[in-house]
Design a protein around this ligand. Structure first.
Ligand code: GLU
Ligand code: MG
Length: 447
């Protein structure tokens, strides 16, 4: 990376860059950073910058939890090494560039608590099985007037309505253009269902890049919002009892150039491998919520008939099951067919999430997992005997399921498993005595 940094610095200088933000996402889902002046980039790329491993056990409100071994303790140091292949000049923060980091030990090994390292290991394990994943993470967010703690929707027009775009026309254009100038391929941007809510999706990529994009998209939205005097929330629930912010993950799995979710003889054109991958994800979903729905507020979003997908079931193009098989228009299925995982939100660490999804899907393929019949319609209104099981309805329940998931625990390894458990328990304790409204308020502006 030294040569690469040396070559990059003059180019960055000519583009007005003065500082580079080095960013990682901790177990709680918080994007934490250090920054270096441009002159220091070469050193940072060669040796990394120091940062404590304590963040593995930080709760989302910045209180360190203590766990087994050294988890959450004051000792030790890590080197955060920027991935220069992912460095982006930030459009809405003049003078700044951004790069995600890999967290290494002082001996140069990947830190076992590095979430990005975990996602990369899963990509490599998939490649060893002859598999390749493509993913994209949708970003929903709610926009509030001013900087008060109360949520005051910054637009009031109808859901998905033109009026809502008109109300914030310059703002939405600025978000879209900033993303594009940063090299992101914006597929869609639109007003969403809830008050003040919008959504953007960018093109799918390899899973580590998709997770990087999720972080970068949110940083960009925050920066553009600040310039427009707006406050944003990506929290799972922004106003109690209203539709929340999802962070749906779209994934497809490929053997060579063949999309396993299309062109086969299984349900809706899935191949045997594709159906087994979907079944693998379905089997792990209750445990996976400990990764993908990581706060008590996540479960205030996960209510039936809110398009959040709270039933442990799958369906073709249905928005009320946790898994939605998207087949795409006739003619483009091979390219576009994918699985949408709806029950997860943007408080999740995206690297832990994409890595866990790969582990679950690969396990399904390896064991030839079988799919139950698809669900049609909203399971909330199905006869009780036909209704699929609900996913966990609390973080505590998800944690209990996580405790029983050998698939996720062995993929994550001891350090990350321990970190997830200690941080999630901390989040539960933090809000144990709060009303749902207070829980929502506790997370509204953290994410
Ligand atoms: N906002 C919904 C959620 O909480 C999703 C709406 C949609 O299907 O796009 O996940
Ligand atoms: Mg949406």
């Amino acid at each position: 990376m030294t040569d690469r940094a040396r070559a990059l610095v003059p180019e960055l200088r000519s583009r007005g860059v003065q500082g580079v933000v080095l960013s990682f996402v901790d177990t709680a889902g918080i994007d934490r950073i250090k920054a270096v002046p441009l002159e220091r980039l070469e050193g940072a790329a060669t040796w990394g910058v120091g940062m404590s491993p304590v963040f593995d056990a930080f709760r989302s409100d910045d209180v360190p939890m203590s766990g087994p071994g050294t988890l959450g303790g004051p000792d030790g140091d890590l080197r955060h090494v920027p991935d220069l292949d992912r460095l982006v000049v930030l459009d809405a923060q003049p003078g700044w560039a951004w790069a995600p980091v890999d967290r290494r030990t002082q001996d140069g090994d990947v830190h076992p608590g590095c979430a990005r390292g975990f996602a990369r290991r899963q990509v490599e394990a998939a490649a060893a099985d002859g598999l390749r994943f493509r993913m994209g993470i949708e970003v929903e967010w709610a926009v509030s007037h001013g900087d008060g703690d109360t949520f005051v929707p910054a637009c009031t027009g109808p859901a998905y309505g033109m009026v809502r775009l008109l109300e914030r026309s310059d703002y939405l254009r600025d978000v879209m253009v900033a993303l594009q100038r940063q090299g992101l391929d914006v597929e869609q941007i639109h007003p969403e269902y809830s008050d003040g809510q919008y959504e953007v999706s960018v093109a799918p990529a390899d899973p580590v890049t998709a997770a990087d994009h999720s972080v970068l998209v949110r940083t960009t939205i925050r920066a553009v919002s600040a310039r427009h005097g707006l406050r944003v929330s990506f929290a799972p629930s922004v106003v109690h009892d209203h539709v929340g912010n999802g962070g749906h993950v779209h994934l497809s799995v490929w053997r060579g150039d063949v999309n396993l979710l299309a062109g086969g003889t299984g349900p809706y054109g899935t191949t045997d491998g594709g159906a087994a991958a979907v079944a693998g994800v379905l089997d792990e979903l209750p445990a996976l919520l400990a990764v993908g729905a990581p706060t008590p507020a996540s479960y205030l979003r996960l209510v039936p008939s809110h398009w959040a997908g709270v039933f442990a079931a799958w369906g073709h193009e249905t928005r009320e099951t946790a898994l939605r098989l998207v087949t795409g228009s006739r003619g483009e299925q091979g390219r576009r067919a994918n699985l949408e995982v709806k029950c997860v939100d943007l408080a999740a660490n995206p690297y832990l999430l994409v890595g866990s999804l790969m582990a679950a899907a690969r396990h399904g393929i390896r064991t030839g997992a079988t799919l139950p019949p698809p669900v049609v319609g909203d399971p909330a209104f199905a006869a009780e005997d036909d209704r699929p099981a609900r996913l966990p309805t609390s973080l505590g329940e998800a944690l209990a399921r996580f405790a029983g998931s050998d698939v996720l625990r062995s993929a994550l390894g001891e350090r990350l498993t321990g970190a997830i458990e200690v941080v999630r328990r901390g989040e539960i304790d933090r809000v144990a005595d709060l009303t749902p409204e207070q829980v929502v308020a506790a997370y509204r502006w953290i994410f």
